[in-house]
Ligand binder design. Sequence first.
Ligand code: NAG
Ligand code: NAG
Length: 307
Amino acid sequence: MALIGTLFFIFTATCVGAQNVFATMQHIAESFGKHGQQSLLECVVQPTEEAAGLEIKIVSWKKEGVKKPLLVFPKSENTTLPTGYMFAEPSWNKKNMNVSLLITNTTMAHAGVYTCWVKINNADVSTTTNLKVTAKYSKPIIRSVPEKIPQNTDVALICDSDGGYPKGAIHWIVEHDTEWTKSSEMKAEPGPSGLFHLSSKLTLLRGSIFSKYTCVVVNASGGIEEETVFVIEDEPRPDVRAGQGGEKSDSTSKIVAPVVVIGSLIIGLMILLLYRRRRQNGHLTSNSSEEEEEEGLRNKDDGSSHV
Ligand SMILES: *[C@@H]1O[C@H](CO)[C@@H](O)[C@H](O)[C@H]1NC(C)=O
Ligand SMILES: *[C@@H]1O[C@H](CO)[C@@H](O)[C@H](O)[C@H]1NC(C)=O
């Protein structure tokens, strides 16, 4: 270690004051930004030698397809630069090797390839990076058509989510885990700012309407972004809109139900009692007739014996 340290010291010492400085930059192929937020495009000069008095002479940040630079150093008085671009390092100065670019409010239009060009002492270096911008979809909103769900009719549920990028998809989950996406129709339309609006229609056939539907927004890589649950009342009552009327019929049914149950129990018991009575009576009469018959026979016998 000591030997390496010494060698390194000798090496750097011999390079101090040298005019020929070589520098490199790390190449970051892709940078990622989010719509509506700041984006950082990294560009850091790495001199290959330790040298005193290293100074950045020129910086120029450009975007592919745009003629004028977005950010330059030194800034000449007769060049107007677009707003929204700055050095990422607060109070950057020419001794600072970190010339990263900060986009203050990212939009879809910022996506593209950027070049960072730097002249340091007598060397110049450059690198490019491709900025990819994503936008998060809004929490979906579900509505039913018709708005009030009648009994015995087909119904459609419509789920909308807005402002996402890249193109995502809407999935439907019925009850807790049954995927019903196949029964739905989805449209993805780009808006003026390039962000997508997703809309999906799920048709529910009468007789097979469940109580819980979940609309799930998934992004381009299949990750869940947002979801909303739509609950359909168990037994849609036609008189719900009447307000108190609905409650009235509800309370009447609450009274009617036990009355019916108790009433039928009483009637059942009465029938049972009557039946048992009749069976007993029947028994008695049959018994007595048998006795009568026997008596008759005896009488007959008596009669014959008498004859
Ligand atoms: C360059 O500066 C930015 C802003 O301060 C910082 O986020 C980034 O990490 C720096 N890069 C390096 C390699 O130091
Ligand atoms: C998709 O969503 C997942 C999970 O929320 C997230 O990790 C991923 O970065 C997102 N991908 C895109 C392209 O937005």
